[in-house]
Design a protein around this ligand. Structure first.
Ligand code: ADP
Length: 432
């Protein structure tokens, strides 16, 4: 029995109802490299808790094989059946994740590419679409032979590198031709649409979209056209970038796309021979996003020449040096993302009711009440957190209470304070 067969034999002791998960075809993308095993479980429409219980069980069983040193198990997402029907080339793409930044040069494409290959290493089938038409960087980040694109059934065949399907506007350009003329917004949106829909992606667990920087037409067009399940925002830690991140979060909110994580890139550096982290751009953006928006999935990446070198060599760092601490951080980012997406599928928003000076949130049949005074005191708005806070008027009452995105509740008060309360902060208040 070879190692793969040994893993499958072990997994056949895990049962779903009255059949084992191997026979049911739930085990996908099984890869064995030496003593490292990676696989994904496709548990269809099961609830989040159930799928995680199976994952735990499988993890314990495979880790129990005496030659196995590491096991990575991914959960294949449920298809996004509640979204509008995607068009042809994306028919069999289960989850689309947009990676975005408000400014260029913050490392968005570097993060997006390493995220895609981290997901592929965890056993998922992955595609990558470079939607940054003004500055496509995929052919720099991944060096491929300059072969023309092939066509099949009037669809473009994506390029493939280490199992990940790739498409970029740069692949459609002839290097001997002059640069294309400057294109206006609607033309660009049309071109992206044609390229994205006209690519034969086949069956994918994840399609990563590397969006152009900013919050413009292209984002809105794409969000209306395809079911983007979640957004990941890349930033650097300066205060100005933070303002941009917030702009990005609000844009995705308005498009009804949950922002599931923020990557603070070039956050710190470690100088040679010293383990102390230096923060040249200051600290605090991560904490601010966590307290204001309830983002627990904020990852900090160092400023590290290994990333630049890997980019220059045209192979993602997670492939060149998978054990490097930055590669490990990318793997954590990918794992956190799949987990957030799985949680999101099972998520229902709390129902709100305000009466008798109490805000009541009802979630999964449990009612949590918060008194008006506690809610006021927890206000983190700009007026309350400035160096000279204006204070809260004791007779202020809420004039408007609304859900904000999928993560918070906004309250407009009669004394002009506008508070944003992440669900996590509200639940903490109910337990206080
Ligand atoms: P964007 O997509 O935001 O325009 P890129 O991903 O193209 O940015 O990155 C811009 C440059 O910064 C690239 O040369 C890349 O190698 C480098 N870079 C990105 N992140 C890091 C990092 N954490 N440490 C060092 N260099 C980085």
């Amino acid at each position: 029995m070879n190692k793969k067969e040994a893993v499958l034999a072990a997994l056949s002791s895990v049962y779903h109802e009255d059949q084992d998960i191997v026979r049911l075809g739930y085990v996908k993308h099984l890869v064995v490299k030496g003593d490292a095993v990676s696989l994904a479980l496709d548990l269809g429409g099961s609830a989040y808790d159930e799928r995680h219980a199976y994952k735990q069980q499988a993890q314990t069983i495979v880790s129990g094989l005496d030659w196995v040193a590491s096991v990575e198990i991914g959960l294949i997402p449920r298809s996004q059946s509640t979204h509008p029907q995607p068009e042809q080339g994306l028919d069999r793409v289960k989850t689309i994740v947009a990676v975005s930044s408000c400014k260029g040069g913050v490392g968005k494409s570097t993060v997006a590419v390493n995220l895609a290959f981290s997901l592929a290493k965890q056993g998922y089938s992955v595609g990558f679409f470079d939607a940054d038409i003004y500055g496509p960087s995929l052919d720099t980040l991944i060096h491929l032979p300059p072969e023309p694109l092939g066509m099949i059934n009037e669809q473009i065949i994506p390029k493939v590198f280490q199992g990940v399907k790739l498409m970029s506007f740069a692949y459609t350009q002839d290097p001997s031709e002059p640069e294309p003329a400057i294109m206006r917004g609607p033309m660009v949106s049309r071109l992206i649409q044609q390229l994205l829909m006209g690519t034969q992606w086949g069956e994918l667990d994840y399609l990563i979209l590397d969006l152009p920087p900013g919050t413009g037409d292209i984002h809105i067009t794409l969000a209306q056209l395809i079911p983007i399940a979640a957004a990941l925002i890349v930033t650097t830690p300066q205060a100005l970038s933070l303002v941009d991140v917030i702009k990005g979060i609000h844009m995705f909110d308005s498009l009804n796309i949950p922002t599931v994580g923020v990557v603070e890139n070039m956050s710190y550096f470690l100088c040679e021979g010293c383990t102390h982290r230096h923060y040249p751009f200051g600290q605090g953006a991560k904490d601010y996003l966590e307290s204001q928006y309830g983002f627990s999935h904020t990852i900090q990446l160092p400023l590290d020449a290994v990333l630049t070198t890997a980019c220059d060599h045209g192979v993602p760092l997670v492939l060149v040096d998978p054990d490097h601490s930055v590669s490990v951080a990318f793997q954590e980012l990918a794992q956190g993302l799949t987990q957030r997406l799985a949680e999101q599928e099972d998520r229902t928003l709390p129902a709100l009711n305000y009466a008798d000076n109490q805000l009541t949130l009802t979630h999964q049949s449990h009612a949590h009440s918060i008194h008006l005074d506690a809610l006021r005191q927890a206000c983190q708005c700009a007026l309350c957190t400035s160096d000279t806070p204006t204070g809260i008027q004791s007779d202020a009452v809420p004039v408007d209470i609304q859900p904000v995105g999928q993560y918070a509740i906004g309250v407009q008060w009669s004394d002009d304070h506008a508070s944003l309360y992440p669900h996590t902060a509200l639940l903490a208040l109910t337990h206080a």
